[in-house]
Design a protein around this ligand. Structure first.
Ligand code: GDP
Length: 131
């Protein structure tokens, strides 16, 4: 998911180029402004964290781009491509290093397991849209 900061700062095209350049295939993609309920549901695992309210408020501050990507070893390779959660710790050349400003406005989300990729993909896309 390309987050509201990166969309608002007109980094969407560059980020999609980086993703395609790293060998990912785009299976589905959608531009959408999340409601509070959608953002809360997506990040439900963080419900008890102190930053949850700020996270939901940020994720609903403007449109995002949701996508399903395909590649061998996709989860691990995508996490490498996007870099550390806090852009200050992200490696040179990663998407967060290039386009993120802070730990909350960190430009992009990537699923952290195959299981969560399935859940998160289903959160945004119906089977009809995907295939
Ligand atoms: P990710 O998998 O690298 O996105 O990181 P996490 O799953 O740990 O956190 C989810 C998202 O919550 C991050 O991408 C940040 O946008 C946000 N987040 C994490 N830690 C903090 C924090 O300390 N403060 C705020 N405001 N947001 C945070």
């Amino acid at each position: 998911m390309i987050k509201p900061d990166a969309v608002a700062n007109q980094h969407t095209g560059k980020i999609i180029d980086d993703i395609l350049g790293a060998g990912f295939k785009i299976i589905a993609m959608k531009y959408v402004h999340l409601s509070d309920a959608m953002a809360e549901g997506f990040y439900a695992v963080h419900r008890e964290r102190p930053f949850f309210k700020d996270l939901v408020s940020f994720m609903t501050s403007g449109p995002i781009v949701a996508a399903i990507l395909e590649k061998d070893n996709a989860v691990e390779d995508f996490r490498k491509l996007i870099g550390a959660t806090n852009p200050a710790n992200a490696e040179e050349g990663t998407i967060r290093k290039k386009y993120a400003k802070s730990i909350d406005a960190n430009a992009i989300h990537g699923s952290d397991s195959n299981e969560n990729a399935e859940i998160e993909g289903n959160y945004f896309f119906s089977q009809f849209e995907r295939f």
